[in-house]
Design a protein around this ligand. Structure first.
Ligand SMILES: [Zn+2]
Length: 402
């Protein structure tokens, strides 16, 4: 382990070194106009997707393959990617092995030391606090008490306008974790997310298990997804979510080079798996349990972050069914930027988020200003053992998908 200690010491000084990126856009994120075409105005989840013109000049040859690992389509050989890659001092990357992917949602953890968890490998242990110094620490729970951290993964999509309409009607903002390939396919969906004021974050280019990728592929997955979001919306996210939660200190180190902080969760609805690996009733029970936690003191001292998806009609339907109860049970239902007092979740300062204490919460209270939210010192706010146990049970219920 000596090599790791040496490498870790070196990281302290180098983790924030500037790297060569080429994020460009002609889109003004403060002035997005979405054309009125049936697809963008649909209030019917069943409305078929209709191909539309890319809202800005677009050349597919300049981007990775659609839903393929982000070094495809020659991206790993472009001058741009080479400049990026070579601007990073890879001598400092943690010497952690590339993992073996098994079936979807599964990784081969054979032989991994889950007791000491030297790599802070979330998929194996749920670890969110890096062992490597200088690496950005995951956010896994809203710091604010009585707060539901609202997050939706796997967008954007052409047929989700009704869901975005619903969130708008509910006066809710969510953290949206966008897949780069989806943004390429449905750029107006991403523009809508920005226009509606949601907190847009990166969910990789092609949704791989990141620890199963080599350094080049992992860097490209983060870089090109971030670049696509910037190209289409004018905003460069500073936060990301690893697909399936799969992150270790090697992947965190690579994300840190791009100034990307991981947002994980501490409650998992399992919504995406309803009807397959879990029953619909189990997902409903998960939602009910999490709603109960809003009134039984579980989150009296800190909040949660809940994993859910805008993936399909089923997952969006769960959200629509339970959001009224969630708003009854929790004082605040907000995006992660807001609940963590991250006023600048993008590189650009043109779009900012309010400090928590000044926001109007997503609760059903008629109050429109000055919520009871109070600033706390951090995500590690104390909770009693019983509540912590509940959270741990929920966390380990499923590592399967994000
Ligand atoms: Zn996902």
């Amino acid at each position: 382990m000596l090599y790791r200690i040496i490498a870790s010491a070196a990281l302290v000084a180098t983790a924030t070194a500037a790297v060569v990126t080429n994020y460009t856009s002609i889109v003004d994120p403060t002035n997005i106009t979405i054309p009125s075409i049936p697809q963008t105005t649909a209030y019917d989840w069943q409305t078929a997707c209709v191909a539309y013109e890319f809202p800005v000049p677009f050349d597919a040859s300049e981007w990775p393959g659609d839903w393929l690992v982000a070094t495809t389509n020659g991206m790993n050989e472009t001058a741009e990617y080479q400049a990026l890659y070579n601007s990073i001092d890879w001598t400092n990357v943690p010497q952690i092995p590339v993992r073996t992917a098994l079936a979807q949602g599964e990784l081969d953890t054979t032989g991994y030391d889950t007791v000491n968890d030297p790599d802070c490998w979330w998929s194996a242990t749920g670890c969110v606090t890096p062992k490597v110094p200088g690496v950005l620490k995951d956010i896994s729970a809203c710091a604010e008490p009585d707060t539901w951290g609202l997050t939706y993964d796997d967008g954007p999509n052409c047929s989700h306008n009704a869901f975005y309409d619903f969130l708008q009607q509910q006066n809710l903002k969510a953290s949206m974790f966008y897949i780069g390939s989806n943004v390429m396919n449905w750029p107006l969906g991403a523009q809508r997310g920005v226009r509606d004021g949601h907190h847009i974050s990166v969910h990789t280019w092609s949704h791989p298990m990141m620890t199963s990728l080599n350094n080049q592929d992992a860097l490209a997955e983060l870089y090109y997804a971030t670049k696509m979001i910037k190209y289409v919306t004018g905003l460069t996210p500073l936060y990301w979510r690893p697909p399936l939660g799969d992150v270790d200190d090697r992947i965190r180190w690579i994300a840190t080079q791009l100034n990307l902080t991981a947002i994980i969760w501490n409650l998992d609805t399992d919504d995406w798996a309803a009807g397959t690996s879990v029953t619909v009733q189990q997902v409903q029970q998960n939602y009910q349990n999490f709603i109960t936690m809003g009134t039984n003191g579980t989150f009296a001292n800190t909040g949660n972050i809940v994993l859910s998806h805008e993936l399909n009609n089923m997952t969006m339907g769960f959200a629509e069914n339970y959001i009224p109860q969630i708003k009854q049970a929790y004082k605040n239902v907000v995006d992660v930027a807001t609940c963590m007092n991250i006023t600048n979740p993008y590189v650009e300062n043109t779009v900012t988020f309010p400090v928590f204490a000044s926001t109007s919460s997503g609760s059903n209270s008629s109050s429109t200003s000055g919520t009871s939210g109070t600033k706390s010192s951090g995500a590690a706010a104390s909770s009693n053992n019983a509540n912590a146990a509940l959270i741990i049970v929920a966390l380990f219920a499923c590592f399967c998908y994000a």
